[in-house]
Design a protein around this ligand. Structure first.
Ligand SMILES: [Zn+2]
Length: 274
């Protein structure tokens, strides 16, 4: 182990905020199909590059980083990890059976509160030192229900080979006159978006904030119509297909302004009233 690698393993836990030795937190949990090598690329590796030819470093143990103290890592993993893994297994079967085009409501037998708390833990790992006190209490008390009304969590399915983690970011959608403050954690078969006092970046995302209303011990049949969306670019909230992105690039060549940041091609789930 190098001197620098050792130094990197000390820092501030992204959940409890206590400084000390950090442990490796898999995001998502290792048993949720996150146990294989992958290429980790930062924004500097991606901006201005062809999304089909990313560069970065290979991480052998799966997606994650040294973000949590051993106590938070162990406790939250014990409380919530297996519930998330069980949901991921069910979702993977549905995506496979639907050949990547799930469009119906499917029932999932899950522990909704445990799943949501695991998802929030994943957002802590993705979000540096930006700790929200309400969310800290939410994940460090297994029985605690409910989220602050400004916080909403959305979900979708994805079946590609790409993952994406983005800390708190902002999107200005000029077409809809909306500003969206969001964070995203995507790793097949799921993608999750946490929005702060703003709407979902895409109407196809499904709100799962209601998972917070259940009890820690409650297992429920939850029926959700989770859309399968592509994740190709490195921008949070961007669910354009590879073909859509290439079309934007062609339009850029023809003179359109800033096409990579334009997502007017995203269709609405239902027509908006006028
Ligand atoms: Zn901690």
């Amino acid at each position: 182990m190098s001197r620098w690698a050792h130094r990197d393993r000390h820092g501030i836990c992204r959940i409890c905020g206590i400084e000390g030795k950090l442990s490796f937190e898999h995001v998502p949990p290792e048993a949720a199909f996150n146990d294989r090598p992958l290429v980790m690329a930062g924004m500097r590796d991606l901006i201005g590059r062809d999304p089909d030819q990313p560069r970065g470093r290979t991480q052998q143990r799966g997606a994650g980083d040294y973000t949590l103290c051993e106590r938070c890592n162990s406790r939250t993993g014990h409380w919530y990890g297996s519930a998330y893994v069980e949901w991921a297994r069910q979702a993977l079967m549905i995506v496979g059976a639907a050949r990547g085009c799930a469009t119906l409501y499917y029932g999932y037998r899950i522990h909704p509160l445990r799943v949501l708390k695991q998802v929030i833990c994943m957002f802590f790992s993705a979000n540096g030192a930006r700790r929200q006190p309400d969310l800290v209490r939410f994940v460090l008390d297994p029985e605690r229900r409910g989220l602050h009304p400004d916080i909403q969590v959305f979900a979708f399915l994805t079946n590609g080979n790409r993952a994406r983690q983005c800390g708190v970011s902002g999107i200005l959608n000029f077409d809809r006159g909306q500003a969206v403050i969001l964070s995203e954690v995507t790793f097949p078969p799921f993608g999750f978006v946490l929005c702060l006092d703003s709407p979902a970046p895409d109407p196809r995302l499904i709100d799962i904030t209601f998972f917070a209303k259940f009890g820690y011990g409650e297992a429920r049949d939850v029926f959700l119509r989770l859309t399968v969306l592509p994740v190709h670019s490195h921008y949070p909230g961007d669910y354009r297909s590879r073909e859509d992105i290439l079309n934007c690039v062609r339009r850029a060549s023809a003179g359109d302004a800033n096409p990579l940041l334009t997502r007017t091609d995203v269709p609405a789930a239902s027509p908006e009233p006028r």
